[in-house]
Design a protein around this ligand. Structure first.
Ligand SMILES: *[C@@H]1O[C@H](CO)[C@@H](O)[C@H](O)[C@H]1NC(C)=O
Ligand SMILES: *[C@@H]1O[C@H](CO)[C@@H](O)[C@H](O)[C@H]1NC(C)=O
Ligand SMILES: *[C@@H]1O[C@H](CO)[C@@H](O)[C@H](O)[C@H]1NC(C)=O
Ligand SMILES: *[C@@H]1O[C@H](CO)[C@@H](O)[C@H](O)[C@H]1NC(C)=O
Ligand SMILES: *[C@@H]1O[C@H](CO)[C@@H](O)[C@H](O)[C@H]1NC(C)=O
Length: 237
């Protein structure tokens, strides 16, 4: 009788834990995708360890394709779903991704693809399987050349001048017919060169990433409805 009771209690407990697990991982729970491209020179100057190449690519490259939740910007991540399998990145796709999605920090591209798939891609596996996830990301990268769009608007790397958020937003918005998000980071060089100065609101921030938003099916580009960067000057270098 004692064993029957305790095994029943065990079953109930196991079932409750199982329900918790299902609810906490929540596959399929995302609203839209964020397609994040980074400016490699900024990635490298922000990196704690130096990049493997002294001169990183001077074009925007992929950081990741992130299934996202409108009310919970950090979610979802690290869902259940299959772990990265490098065989799904077939030779031609690999060649493409080596250009569009390089690991500018360590040079090990596979390691970067693996971490992005495991953290983000798995959360939308019901929409894009692993092969489709990487194919679609490469297509998104090819759909608009941000570096070219900015160049045509005379926005080219320059250590001595700054821009406003809207200066950089406008040409991208005009070219894509949708609103992206610009993401900035505090400039590490600035805070080091003037250690004694109090935090000044005039200190520019570094343009690091440009985000495009896509619908649930990752087919249609849509307006992003958040903004990034702080309300101060942006440096692009
Ligand atoms: C987004 O996150 C909120 C809060 O965590 C959650 O309640 C909601 O179900 C999520 N939305 C979707 C579509 O997953
Ligand atoms: C690159 O990363 C992959 C995936 O993490 C790993 O299996 C491989 O050994 C790494 N290659 C090198 C040369 O370090
Ligand atoms: C994007 O534009 C930049 C700047 O004009 C150019 O160097 C680069 O080759 C272009 N990339 C692609 C894939 O067309
Ligand atoms: C950088 O910006 C400064 C100030 O606007 C300008 O005088 C200079 O020509 C620019 N340099 C390059 C390389 O575009
Ligand atoms: C962004 O748009 C979505 C979908 O229309 C909406 O649910 C959400 O509340 C909006 N968020 C903000 C910050 O406007």
């Amino acid at each position: 009788m004692v064993t029957l009771k305790s095994s029943l209690a065990f079953l109930v407990l196991a079932f409750a834990l199982f329900l918790c697990f299902i609810m906490s991982t929540g596959d399929g729970s995302y609203d839209y995708f964020q397609f994040v491209q980074q400016w490699p020179p900024a990635t490298c100057s922000l990196s704690r360890t130096p990049c493997y190449k002294p001169r990183p690519p001077q074009i925007f490259t992929i950081h990741g394709l992130w299934p996202s939740n409108y009310s919970n910007p950090k979610r979802p991540s690290n869902c259940r779903g299959s772990l990265f399998d490098s065989r799904k990145v077939y030779p031609q796709l690999r060649l493409n991704l080596k250009i569009s999605w390089p690991n500018v920090k360590s040079g090990n591209d596979t390691e970067f693809w693996e971490s992005e798939w495991n953290k983000h891609g798995r959360c939308s596996e019901q929409t894009l399987n692993q092969m489709q996830y990487f194919e679609r990301s490469d297509e998104m990268w090819n759909s608009y050349n941000i570096t070219e769009i900015l160049k045509k608007a005379q926005i080219v790397p320059n250590a001595t001048r700054t821009w406003k958020y809207s200066d950089i937003l406008s040409p991208i918005k005009a070219a894509t017919n949708t609103t992206p998000i610009l993401r900035c980071k505090p400039d590490p060089a600035q805070s080091k060169s003037q250690p004694s100065q109090p935090k000044s609101p005039q200190k520019p921030q570094l343009l690091h990433e440009v985000v495009f938003c896509y619908d649930y099916h990752a087919k249609k580009q849509i307006d992003c409805n958040r903004t990034g960067c702080l309300n101060k000057d942006i440096s692009f270098q």
